[in-house]
Design a binder for this molecule. Structure first.
Ligand SMILES: Cc1cc2nc3c(=O)[nH]c(=O)nc-3n(C[C@H](O)[C@H](O)[C@H](O)COP(=O)(O)OP(=O)(O)OC[C@H]3O[C@@H](n4cnc5c(N)ncnc54)[C@H](O)[C@@H]3O)c2cc1C
Length: 391
């Protein structure tokens, strides 16, 4: 049986970033497994938004550190690119959330982020397309923007392979190998067994299926989220900033050519029982939600032609913060999943944090409030805007 120092399961943003960080810090023989191909899970479906506007220091710091790496990819990773474009990030809020938003901006500034609270009459300088109906003001961070997940994953893989990372695709892990309360590797669906000193579960929305049979079910639910692609008529002005509107709940960004990507958060999103049940196509009725949300906030975009889109899943926890750390009750088994819609911009930083944890060092960002067993210990992270992807 082959033996590795570390086996990482899942080659999405989180697993690939972690595997890359492990080989970079000389963690020994590292194997990265995926049942499909790199980025075939939710990492290949992301909206691409990079923001740092979160409630608690841990997510703010992960997103800030992640964005620094995205913006400095050549020096930090050295291969490929991140596709990062600092369009600016805008969060318009209704009157009743103005005080909350101001307080969050103040906290983020204390942590070193360049961000401001803008009054309604200042907003058109940042985003001229915005209708101000119902808007009490907005948080603005000029260094927010968009990036490209697939490019990031392929870059980490290429750099990792050059440094000795071993990667296997079409390697479906059917179970974790346990001996006396300790994880000692994995068994593949083919029957092959692979031994590892440490095992990291980075399987996103598939994590419950892998962990529950081992004796611990992660507190996680799966909510469907859809991204619509709309094409503007020639000459139409595209959105400037990436905007997440807390009034209409529409999220908008420019994409390639004349395309824009739009998400309309649904108040009654149905949960999915298992990740494989998540439909890839847009559901009937979504176009109408998109158009009415756009009409409220971006009237000039509301009639753009719908040309495509896709659906994926948010693997969200009860407090919409991820599960990062040792799996309760099983030694040498780590979890980094449940990213609740925040995994893209946090992935460059969380890979390094995971490498530190697994190698026994203290990470530069304190992730103790993300411990997988926090709910049974009475720790629940606050969400300033209520439970949800805004976290
Ligand atoms: C539509 C959509 C839009 C989003 N937009 C944003 C955004 O704008 N900004 C942001 O920060 N985040 C965003 N997110 C969230 C972000 O995409 C996720 O948090 C992130 O991709 C999670 O990465 P992951 O590596 O944990 O999971 P995944 O990318 O899902 O990777 C898990 C991997 O594990 C593999 N796997 C599963 N089971 C097994 C097994 N048994 N054996 C082997 N391999 C296995 C899968 O094949 C998969 O490749 C969005 C998510 C969605 C769905």
């Amino acid at each position: 049986m082959t033996t590795y120092d570390v086996c990482v399961i899942g080659s999405g943003l989180v697993g690939t970033s972690t595997a890359n960080a492990l080989v970079r810090r000389g963690a020994g023989r590292v194997l990265l497994l995926d049942r499909g191909s790199p980025g075939c899970g939710d990492s290949g479906l992301t909206f691409g938004m990079v923001r740092r506007h979160y409630t608690n220091p841990v997510l703010i710091q992960l997103a800030m550190a992640g964005t620094e790496i995205l913006a400095d990819w050549d020096a930090q990773v050295g291969v490929g690119g991140s596709g990062f474009v600092p369009t600016g990030y805008l969060l318009p809020v209704p009157d009743h959330l103005v005080a909350t938003c101001r307080a969050q901006v103040a906290l983020q500034r204390e942590l070193g982020l360049e961000t401001h609270f803008l009054e309604p009459d200042e907003l058109c300088e940042v985003e001229p397309l915005l209708s101000l109906d119902g808007v009490g003001g907005a948080a603005y961070a000029p260094g927010g923007g968009v990036c490209e997940s697939r490019l990031m994953i392929l870059s980490w893989l290429a750099d990792g392979l050059a440094r000795g990372l071993e990667v296997r695709q079409s390697a479906d892990v059917s179970s974790l190998l346990l001996e006396g309360g300790r994880a000692v590797g994995v068994q593949l669906a083919s029957g092959e067994r692979i031994r590892a000193g440490q095992t990291i579960v980075a399987t996103g929305g598939w994590s419950p299926e892998l962990l529950a049979p081992a004796g611990w079910a992660p507190p996680m639910a799966l909510g469907r989220i859809q991204v619509a692609v709309l094409r503007l008529v020639p000459g139409a002005i595209p959105p400037a900033a990436v905007t997440s509107d807390a009034v209409s709940n529409v999220v908008v960004r420019s994409a390639a050519g004349r395309d824009i990507w739009v998400v309309a958060y649904q108040p009654d999103t149905p949960l999915i029982a298992v990740r494989d049940d998540c439909q890839r196509d847009l559901l009937p009725g979504y176009e109408a939600s998109i158009r009415s949300a756009l009409a409220a906030r971006f009237p000039s975009l509301a009639n753009a032609q719908l040309v495509g889109g896709w659906g994926g899943a948010y693997d969200h926890t009860p407090d919409w913060h991820p599960l990062v750390g040792p799996v309760p009750g099983i030694t040498d088994l780590w979890l980094c999943a449940g990213w609740s819609g925040h995994g893209l911009k946090s992935s460059p930083a969380i890979g390094r944090v995971m490498a530190d944890l697994v190698c026994g060092s203290s990470p530069t960002i304190d992730v103790s409030n993300l411990a997988p067993d926090r709910f049974v210990r009475g720790i629940e992270n606050r969400c300033a805007y209520g439970p949800g992807a805004r976290a």
